[in-house]
Design a protein. Structure first.
Length: 100
């Protein structure tokens, strides 16, 4: 008799029955449904705001770390990279009437 109860249907039926035990169901009472919906929306908003603040804190920490690492180093070198202080080239003056 025990074996008859154990194998009383297909394996798919038993799998569906097992999944149904753990599946979430909406409550039937309208006020309870509304309450759970508001709790869900509040949790979603809380996670969104928390994520934004955590992201901003990570960006700020990264910027402060970069500034701290560059502390004491000169911003630009004292000697110029190019030896000459002028640019060599050929120039030609153009009259204003030629620009139109």
């Amino acid at each position: 008799m025990f074996a008859h109860r154990l194998f009383n249907g297909s394996a798919a039926f038993h799998g569906a029955r097992l999944r149904a035990v753990f599946a979430p169901h909406k409550p039937r009472h309208p006020l309870l449904r509304f309450t759970f919906g508001m709790i869900g929306l509040g949790l979603l908003a809380l996670l969104l705001v928390l994520g934004v603040f955590i992201g901003a804190a990570m960006l700020a920490a990264g910027m402060f770390y970069r500034l701290w690492r560059q502390r004491g180093k000169p911003i630009a070198s004292e000697r110029p990279l190019v030896k000459a202080a002028y640019v060599d080239g050929e120039y030609r003056l153009i009259a204003k009437s030629d620009l139109r």
